[in-house]
Write a protein that binds this ligand. Structure first.
Ligand SMILES: C[S@@+](CC[C@H](N)C(=O)[O-])C[C@H]1O[C@@H](n2cnc3c(N)ncnc32)[C@H](O)[C@@H]1O
Length: 252
């Protein structure tokens, strides 16, 4: 089992919390609208937004459900979420400092759980998914959007290496195939699973994490050393690096 990474998380996100509030990656309207379409929330639902960060997912969801409980382990990120909630004059979001690996809620409580751009930070994905499964009602839905890797050994090693050089709190990005196994092993039925090809825009992607210059250089050396096949799948230049997201909907 991997070690708790709270210290790395607090450093990575605590120092850069504001950039997550203003980032157009996390507030992207198309992504958030598509999430609502996929999840199909109803007015009586109680939702859990896991690793809420600056609160973009929670705010979007709050307009479509009865209540959102939004959790995160980094206090500075919760402070950014508090500001976003205030700016949007929202009153049905309850923010809590909590770790997904140990959720302080009773069994079978939530109708919906959402988790965007965060599972790659979880130090024990099986325990985290088990906890989410426990707190969802039977028939409850789990929506995930996260950075990912293509299901090739070279991609898994190379891309996770790059992600860790950019952000020491990165634990692992899973492929779509690995995600489906994780969810099925955790008791979920996967209803929808898709790879989305995207780009990390530079230098924004580095700047958001204050990645040191020497690590930026190392990342480009690794990219230049990839096989021709991986270079085709993960094209890059000084303005962008290709990435893939996974998007999944699973039901308990
Ligand atoms: C990129 S931000 C999330 C963005 C947000 N979900 C959104 O849609 O805008 C990643 C967040 O995951 C949180 N996080 C990482 N590990 C966590 C854990 N074990 N439990 C709860 N939150 C965690 C971090 O503190 C950080 O705020």
């Amino acid at each position: 089992m991997k070690m708790d990474n709270k210290e790395d998380l607090t450093k990575s996100f605590g120092e850069n919390a504001h950039s997550y509030k203003i980032s157009n990656v996390f507030s992207d309207k198309e992504d958030l609208d598509r999430m609502i379409n996929i999840v199909g929330p109803s007015e009586s639902d109680i939702a859990l937004d896991i690793a809420t960060g600056a609160g973009h997912t929670a705010v979007k969801l709050s307009k479509r459900v009865k209540e959102v409980v939004a959790i995160d382990v980094v206090e500075n990120m919760l402070n950014q979420a508090k500001l976003l909630i205030k700016e949007n004059k929202i009153e049905n979001i309850n923010l809590m400092n909590m770790d997904v690996h140990s959720l302080g809620f009773k069994d079978d409580y939530f109708d919906i759980a959402t988790c965007r751009f965060a599972p790659h930070h979880f130090y024990n994905i099986e325990v985290a998914i088990k906890e989410v499964y426990r707190v969802l009602k039977k028939g409850g839905k789990l929506y995930i959007l996260d950075c990912s890797v293509l299901n090739l050994e070279e991609a898994k090693a190379t891309i996770n290496n790059i992600e860790k050089l950019r952000d020491p709190s990165h634990v692992n990005s899973y492929s779509l195939e690995e995600w489906q196994d994780i969810l099925k092993n955790g008791g979920f039925k996967v209803l929808y699973a898709k790879n989305l090809k995207r780009q990390y825009i530079l230098p924004d992607w580095f700047d958001r994490m204050n990645t040191p210059a020497k690590n930026r250089d190392k990342i480009f050396n690794i990219l230049r050393g990839m096989s021709e096949n991986l270079k085709r799948l993960y094209s890059f230049d000084e303005r962008y690096i290709t990435t893939y997201y996974v998007e999944l909907l699973a039901v308990k």
